[in-house]
Ligand binder design. Structure first.
Ligand SMILES: [Zn+2]
Length: 382
């Protein structure tokens, strides 16, 4: 039985029951068939689109495939890919697509011409990169082993010792070498994001594969446990960069949220003063500028090699670096699957401090109304 017939029957039943005035049948407008389902088909194993030149990131197609209508799932991969590309066009502007294309060419030009200084940084070497206790906890791979090395100073924030001092020094030196090359080659450097005027994107000069492995093998195990509700179980892409603060650099950074599901932030430098990170609670887009609750306030002083792993939607900023130079490694970890689901569902977030407060307030108000109603009922009952 289709939906329209069911709707007509419901109306007829309501008229018979006296819930609806008798009259000419109410026309039911046909509903347009949605191209995607808001809830993903969890049992469906999506195909890989990595080898196709589709213009958009292949992981987006795999994530979107779970939302196709059942009758579409049996189509060939090419048919599905074209169908999904048409849908994506509604969300991605042509300008954005053009920018993505330009960026791909830009990165290819750097990789062809830049000569790395420390080749050993370009392949992940866990023993040389990480402190032993971090490596041990990841190898054991249990919630208990992770908790044994981590502190959780506030909701959605974890800190732990992560990088070897020698690795931090090598990475700083590689970044300097890249900047020197950019200057000599008169190459235009792309900055990591709109808020940082200094710094560099590590993925641009060959560190993408190493950072992807770092995310997959060392951050994903943690985020599966601590950030599963916000895409932490399906991290599949990243944006890796360094930021620089100090005199003649960026001094501080205002309150903002990251374009990430989970952010890794590790201080690489040793000689600086100030620059503390300040965290002010998780917020959805609707509540970005709302006030902070007292239990959401947390300030973090940097420690060389120590990581802060946090929910991408926690509002945070950095206080002024008052002397020296502070350089931090940032890895914005993202999940296509989470983003596609969020785009299709549009429901209220379960983690925003204000949304949660509003839900709590409306629950309390309902309880109060109910209590008042019961009291009133009690008063009038003889
Ligand atoms: Zn909210």
């Amino acid at each position: 039985m289709n939906e329209r017939v069911r709707e007509r029957e419901r109306i007829r039943d309501e008229v018979r029951a006296g819930k609806r005035p008798m009259g000419p049948p109410v026309p039911v407008p046909p509903k347009p068939m949605p191209r995607l389902m808001p809830d993903p088909n969890k049992d469906h194993q999506p195909e890989s689109y990595e080898d196709l030149q589709l213009g958009y990131h292949s992981s987006l197609f795999s994530a979107l495939e779970r939302h196709l209508r059942p009758e579409m799932l049996t189509a060939t991969r090419d048919v599905k890919a074209n169908f999904m590309r048409d849908i994506l066009k509604d969300y991605w502007s042509p300008q954005r697509l053009e920018r993505d294309r330009w960026y791909k060419t830009y990165r290819e030009r750097i990789i062809r011409n830049y000569q790395p200084l420390h080749e050993e940084l370009y392949t992940l070497n866990p023993k040389a990169f990480f402190v032993p206790e971090f490596l041990e906890a990841i190898n054991v791979n249990t919630e208990q082993s992770f908790r044994s090395i981590m502190s959780r100073p506030a909701p959605g924030i974890f800190t732990f010792k992560m990088l070897q001092p020698h690795f931090c020094e090598l990475l700083l030196s590689e970044v300097e070498n890249f900047k020197k090359w950019v200057h000599e080659a008169k190459f235009r450097i792309k900055r990591p994001n709109i808020m940082n005027k200094y710094g560099a994107i590590l993925d641009d000069f060959g560190l993408e594969t190493m950072l992807h492995r770092l995310m997959e093998d060392f951050i994903s195990p943690l985020s599966k446990v601590f950030f599963s509700g916000i895409g932490g179980s399906n991290l599949d892409s990243h944006h890796g960069f360094i930021v620089e603060y100090g005199i003649n650099r960026d001094v501080d950074i205002d309150l903002h949220v990251d374009d990430s599901e989970v952010t890794l932030n590790v201080c690489l430098s040793k000689e600086f003063l100030g620059g503390e990170l300040f965290f002010r609670g998780m917020r959805c887009d609707k509540h970005l500028t709302t006030a902070t609750y007292s239990d959401e306030i947390y300030d973090y002083p940097h420690v060389t090699g120590q990581a802060v792993l946090h929910h991408g939607r926690i509002r945070h900023g950095a206080k002024a670096t008052t002397s020296g130079r502070r350089v931090n490694l940032l890895l914005w970890c993202r999940s296509s699957r989470f983003r596609v689901e969020k785009m299709l569902r549009k429901d209220c977030s379960s983690w925003c401090g204000v949304c949660n407060q509003e839900k709590e307030d409306s629950k309390r108000s309902l309880e109060r109304q109910l209590e008042a109603l019961l009291r009133k009922g009690g008063e009038t009952t003889p």
